[in-house]
Design a protein around this ligand. Structure first.
Ligand code: NAD
Ligand code: GLY
Length: 346
C-alpha cells in the first residue's frame, strides 16, 4: 500500500491500494469512532461497488445505509442536496457519525458539501472511483454544487478524514471517462514533473493501466504539495488550473452538455501552449492525442473569450492564466481581459 499524508488544517491520509474498496470498513474504522455510516453514491457506481462497500463497513461494525442518485453532473444540484439532507435526517445521522462518498467527482463534491453543512459539519471519507476524482477532486477539500448561475458556485472547503484510492475500480470506467481523468493527470506532468510527463509519453489509453498506481501516487503527491502551501486557494493553488481558463470556456460554450471537463482541460492546455509556449506544444499535443483527447477546437476564439471573462477565478477586470514554457514548470500570469484577448489572437 502507498500512503500520502496531507498536512492541511485538518490533516488526513490518502491510501492507494488495489482492492482497498473491499477492505474499506477496516481502514475507515481506524480513523473514526463513528458507528453509523451513510454511503452516498450514484446509480452506476452503487450497482458496481455498493454491496462490497456496505459488506465491508458492516463487517467492521458500522450500521450502514445507502443513498443513491442518478449519475451525471445534473445531480450536483440543490434539490439532490436537499434529498441527501432528508436521508441523513431519517437515518438519524449525528455529528459523531460519518458520510462515505463512493463515486466520481460529482458524488465527492456533493457529499463533501453535505458533510460541510449538515449539522454544521460532520466527518466524511472519499472513495473516488474515477481517475479524475482520484488524482484531483477527492484531495484538497474543495466541495460544491451547481446552481442556475453556474457550476460549483456554492461550496465550502472541507477536508475528508480519509481518501481511499483503489485503481482496480478504474477498470470498469467507460473509455471516455478514463480519458477525461488522463487530461488532469497530464496536467500535473506539465505543471510540476517532467518525468511524470515522460511516463505518459511511454503509454497510451490502452496500456496506461500498468503504470496507474505510480501515476495516481505521483499526481496526488503533487496536489498535496500545492494544497499544503495554499489550502484556501489564494495564490499558488491556481497552477492547478493550467488549461482551465479556456477549458471552462469550452464547457460553458457547450452549455455543460456533451462536452466534458477533461476534454475542456485537454483542449485548453493545447490552445494556450500553441499561442504562448509553442516550444512545448508539439509534445503536449502528441501526448494528449495518445489518450484520445482533443488538442484544440473549431470554435472561433471570439466566441470563447466572453466565457473566459466570466471565469470565477477572474479578479475585477483581470484574468489569471497559467502557462508552462517548459514541461514541468508552470507560471501564473495576470493580465487584463483585453490583453488576454490580444494574446489569444483576437
Ligand atoms: P462523474 O462523477 O460524473 O463520473 C463520470 C461517470 O463515470 C458517471 O457516469 C459515473 O457514474 C461513472 N463512474 C464513476 N466511477 C465509475 C467506475 N469505477 N466504473 C464505471 N463507471 C463509473 O465525473 P468525474 O469526471 O469523476 O467528476 C467530475 C466532477 O468533478 C465535476 O462536477 C467537477 O466539477 C468536479 N471536480 C471537482 C474538483 C474538486 O477539486 N472538488 C476538481 C475537479 C473536478
Ligand atoms: N481542482 C483544482 C483545485 O483543487 O484547486
Amino acid at each position: 500500500m502507498k500512503k500520502i499524508h496531507v498536512n492541511t488544517s485538518c490533516p488526513y491520509d490518502v491510501l492507494i491500494e488495489r482492492g482497498a474498496v473491499k477492505e474499506c470498513g477496516k481502514y475507515i474504522a481506524e480513523v473514526t469512532s463513528a458507528r453509523k455510516a451513510a454511503v452516498i453514491t450514484d446509480d452506476t457506481v452503487g450497482a458496481l461497488y455498493g454491496d462490497t462497500v456496505v459488506r465491508s463497513l458492516e463487517n467492521s461494525g458500522f450500521e450502514c445505509r445507502v443513498f443513491t442518485f442518478p449519475h451525471g453532473e445534473q445531480s450536483k444540484s440543490l434539490s439532490n442536496l436537499g434529498d441527501i439532507y432528508d436521508f441523513l435526517c431519517e437515518f438519524n445521522i449525528t455529528r459523531s457519525d460519518i458520510l462515505i462518498a463512493l463515486g466520481g467527482g460529482v458524488v465527492g463534491d456533493i457529499t463533501g458539501f453535505a458533510a460541510a453543512s449538515y449539522l454544521r459539519g460532520i466527518q466524511f471519507v472519499q472513495i473516488p472511483t474515477t481517475l479524475l476524482a482520484q488524482v484531483d477532486s477527492s484531495v484538497g477539500g474543495k466541495t460544491a454544487i451547481d446552481i442556475k448561475g453556474g457550476k460549483n458556485l456554492v461550496g465550502a472547503f472541507k477536508q475528508p478524514v480519509l481518501v481511499l484510492c483503489d485503481s482496480d475500480t478504474l477498470k470498469t470506467l467507460p473509455r471516455d471517462v478514463l480519458a477525461d481523468g488522463m487530461a488532469e493527470a497530464i496536467k500535473y506532468g506539465m505543471i510540476r514533473d517532467s518525468h511524470l510527463f515522460e511516463l505518459f509519453e511511454k503509454h497510451d489509453l490502452d496500456t496506461v493501466d500498468e503504470a496507474m498506481d505510480d501515476i495516481v501516487y505521483t499526481c496526488i503527491d503533487i496536489k498535496r504539495d500545492v494544497v499544503e502551501h495554499d489550502e484556501f486557494d489564494r495564490g499558488e493553488r491556481m497552477i492547478l488550473n493550467f488549461g482551465h481558463t479556456l477549458g471552462h470556456a469550452l464547457e460553458a460554450w457547450h452549455n455543460y452538455t456533451d462536452f466534458t471537463h477533461g476534454n475542456g482541460v485537454a483542449a485548453g492546455m493545447c490552445m494556450i501552449s500553441d499561442r504562448l509556449a509553442p516550444q512545448v506544444a508539439g509534445r503536449l499535443k502528441k501526448c494528449i492525442g495518445a489518450y484520445e483527447l482533443p488538442v484544440g477546437t473549431d470554435i472561433p476564439m471570439n466566441e470563447l473569450l466572453p466565457f473566459c471573462s466570466k471565469d470565477k477565478k477572474r479578479e475585477s477586470d483581470m484574468i489569471n492564466y497559467i502557462v508552462c514554457e517548459e514541461i514541468g514548470k508552470a507560471e501564473i500570469k495576470k493580465v487584463t481581459v483585453s490583453e488576454f484577448s490580444r494574446l489569444m489572437g483576437e
